[in-house]
Design a protein around this ligand. Structure first.
Ligand SMILES: [Zn+2]
Length: 340
């Protein structure tokens, strides 16, 4: 038996995380979310070069396709390989046959010059016709001037901003600093510590598994009036798994919760990449109903059709060689880990 649905959307991803698995342990044990960023992710992103970015994106796109995910909203940072990075990611995903919405996460962590180069990469990519949003890391690593420049560039290019908002407690002033800037086309990742009455515009992307892993708390997405979508925050793009996790977190917090809420969040992702409505994923399970799926682990796609082309069939991608991508990505992961 099998059933068909539109493509799944991962509404907040970091494709470069595909090479992080198995990385050497950090120099010390992180004791909070800020230390997790400093000791793990900010060391990793500084070590990335374009070749690593290329193969991490191919591996991430392949793994998305293998889970029926046909679109990724990516948030990228590589402070020592900024220029051209978004095009490398876009090309890698196109080769595999997965849609991607790119953004370079602007930050003042590397000084005003670093922020300027990040903004310029967003501008270059969008001006050349790339599908993207203007990326911002988070308010707590940006000056007001950088936030305003990013919001201005997004408005000029008629796209939204993709930004982390209140993932941890250190981002407490984000609602005030963003109040006059956000628009409905912004993508606000996390919102765990976002006050319910914050009144920011945009889609809030809930990342249940990442939030558990970083021990930052539960976002309680039901409390927001904003649209809510689901992301992985870099832990693959298995959106049925994220849906199950979103349901379980909701249910752990409220025993009256039903899977329909998390199912709606999953569908909201498609509004951010509307073409996915026409993508077709034929699954190993029927019916693809939220009450079935939450209690049925291991559902996989049999076939994935993107833009009328079969890009995944019978357990394998049709455009690329999965073994080759895994081997090349493993080679780049070794290079990356050696730099840490
Ligand atoms: Zn993130």
């Amino acid at each position: 038996m099998s059933a068909t649905t539109p493509g799944m959307v991962c509404a907040h991803h970091h494709l470069y995380s595909a090479l992080a698995r198995g990385m050497p342990p950090p120099p010390g044990t992180p004791h909070d979310f800020g230390e997790i960023l400093e000791l793990i992710w900010w060391r990793l992103d500084r070590a990335l070069d374009l070749e690593m970015i290329r193969w991490s994106a191919k591996l991430g796109a392949l793994e998305a396709l293998e889970q029926g995910t046909t679109a990724i909203i990516d948030h990228h940072e590589s402070p020592n390989a900024i220029e051209g990075s978004l095009s490398v990611i876009a090309e890698a995903c196109a080769e595999v046959g997965v849609r991607v919405v790119c953004a370079y996460g602007v930050t003042d962590r590397h000084g005003p010059e670093g922020a300027e180069r990040g903004l310029e990469e967003n501008r270059r990519f969008l001006t050349e016709g790339g599908r993207g949003l203007v990326g911002v890391h988070a308010t707590f690593t940006c000056t007001d001037q950088t936030l305003e420049a990013a919001a201005g560039l997004a408005a000029e290019m008629d796209v939204g901003v993709h930004i982390h908002v209140c993932e941890g407690p250190q981002d407490a002033d984000a609602p005030d600093r963003l109040a006059a800037l956000t628009r409905d086309d912004w993508v606000l990742a996390h919102g765990v510590h976002l006050p319910t009455d914050a009144d920011l515009a945009g889609t809030i992307v809930h990342n249940p598994r990442s939030n558990l892993n970083n021990s930052v708390g539960y976002a309680r997405p039901m409390r927001f009036d904003n649209p809510v979508a689901i992301g992985s925050d870099g832990i693959g793009a298995a959106m049925l798994d994220e849906f199950r996790m979103a349901y379980l977190c909701h249910r752990a917090d409220d025993v009256t919760a039903t899977p329909e809420a998390a199912w709606c969040w999953l569908k909201t992702g498609r509004e951010l990449v509307p073409e996915t409505v026409n993508d077709r994923v034929t699954w190993t399970y029927d019916p693809m109903d939220p009450w079935h799926i939450v209690f049925t682990p291991g559902i996989r796609p049999r076939q994935v059709v993107v833009d009328d082309e079969v890009v995944f069939d019978d357990g394998a991608p049709t455009r690329v060689d999965a073994d080759e991508i895994r081997a090349k990505a493993a080679e780049q992961a070794r290079r990356l880990h050696a730099r840490l």
